[in-house]
Design a protein. Structure first.
Length: 395
């Protein structure tokens, strides 16, 4: 039986990181929880393998600081020197980012059978050359008097400590997604409540139909700037939204609908420019789907903001009462596995231990109690209809 290290050494890099979000769905759907959690360690999924194979400490890769992405998170792009292409993003713990939550979000989505709405995230330990390079990039940057500047100083101090001690710095690595944009229309409670998708997720709400929803967003910060246009099948939008809201409640996500922390990304992996010469170019994203890209603001004690959203306590228009039955069935199986004598090892495979595992277990109980109450009150109404469509929406 090969060792974990031996398995990882055998993994080869792939340039198709964005496509891995689609490819992994087929694998995850075919695996039961036993297949995913029975090994002594997390089994890397196809979406993670290219990231795990990258040589971050050698000369095959280089780093650059991303200054405009994901709010106050500190992120570094990883570039392949041979091709000159960005292939991954690395982030570390900071004021508002918990990398354990990033890893847990991905693994939880895989286990529950909805990996298409979360970007693959893997644990990584930065050391040697990579630490020195990241320190150089951060030392030469400044964000003025903002919270992101506070985060920069915090990460810089962490880098100094581990460099002085000769240790590594834990982080998370994700694939480079070259075709995504924040969605303000879907990322605020007030605007989301006005959509047909949100109405359909409430018991008795009208179905959104079989058409497509036009998604548009002006991006002045993230490259490339311009007006981004995409199309999203109406029922896929509702189903993806249900999955994301359920995952957020299970993680205790505090920051999804605070402004624009919900994204759409291209199925095809590239955008096309429409016309030219204007100050604000038009970019056609083609067919898109929802993406919960930033999951670092989770696994914190205190009130579960995402569960309050699920209940409609913050804004009644985003109350969700319809879910994918298969996802909930797998959630209940996960509860059974984490309630047994081997619970600590199961949580470790999901990337959690100690207090964070205890908190995740508490969130799981909170959400299941809520779902049980909904089912008792509403019966079969809480399940998203059209199973044939649900089979199609996860490639």
């Amino acid at each position: 039986m090969p060792t974990r290290r031996g398995c990882l050494r055998a993994i080869r890099a792939s340039a198709a990181c964005a496509c891995a979000l689609l490819a992994v769905a087929t694998v995850a759907a075919a695996q039961g929880l036993d297949g995913l959690l029975s090994a002594g360690y997390w089994v890397p999924q196809p979406g993670e393998r290219a990231q795990l194979a990258l040589d971050l400490d050698g000369h095959a890769t280089e780093f650059r600081l991303l200054k405009q992405h994901e709010g106050t998170s500190i992120l570094f792009a990883v570039r392949d020197r041979a091709t000159g292409r960005d292939v991954a993003v690395v982030k570390t713990n900071s004021l508002s980012t918990n990398v354990s939550a990033e890893i847990y979000a991905w693994r939880l989505a895989v286990v529950l059978g909805c990996p298409g709405v979360v970007a693959p995230a893997s644990p990584v330990t930065l050391s040697g050359r990579s630490l020195a390079k990241l320190r150089e990039l951060l030392a030469g940057a400044s964000y003025g008097g903002t919270r992101k500047e506070d985060a920069r100083r915090e990460v810089l101090a962490d880098l100094d400590r581990v460099l002085a001690a000769g240790r590594g710095l834990p982080g998370a690595i994700k694939p480079w997604l070259g075709c995504f944009v924040q969605s303000r229309r879907l990322g605020t409670r007030e605007l989301l409540a006005e959509t047909d998708a949100a109405a359909w997720l409430r018991a008795g709400g009208p179905p959104p139909g079989d058409g497509t929803v036009a998604v548009s967003q002006v991006s002045a910060l993230q490259e490339p700037t311009g007006i981004h246009l995409g199309r999203l099948p109406a029922r896929r939008l509702a189903a993806d939204l249900a999955d994301i809201m359920l995952l957020d409640a299970l993680m205790g996500q505090d920051d999804r609908f605070a402004g624009g922390n919900l994204h759409v990304w291209c199925d095809g992996g590239e955008r096309r420019r429409q016309g030219g010469g204007s100050a604000m170019p038009l970019w056609d994203l083609g067919e898109v789907r929802l993406l919960a890209l930033d999951n670092g603001a989770a696994l914190r004690p205190g009130a579960n903001t995402a569960l309050r959203d699920l209940r409609g306590e913050i804004h009644p228009g985003v109350r969700a009462e319809r879910f994918d039955r298969r996802v909930v069935d797998r959630l209940r199986e996960l509860r059974r596995q984490t309630a047994g004598a081997d619970s600590a090892r199961v949580w470790e495979r999901l990337g959690l231990a100690g207090k964070r595992a205890e908190l995740a277990s508490h969130r799981l109980d909170e959400v299941l109690a809520h779902l049980d109450g909904l089912e008792a009150a509403l019966g079969e109404q809480i399940w998203l209809p059209d199973p044939e469509f649900r089979d199609r929406r996860r490639p």
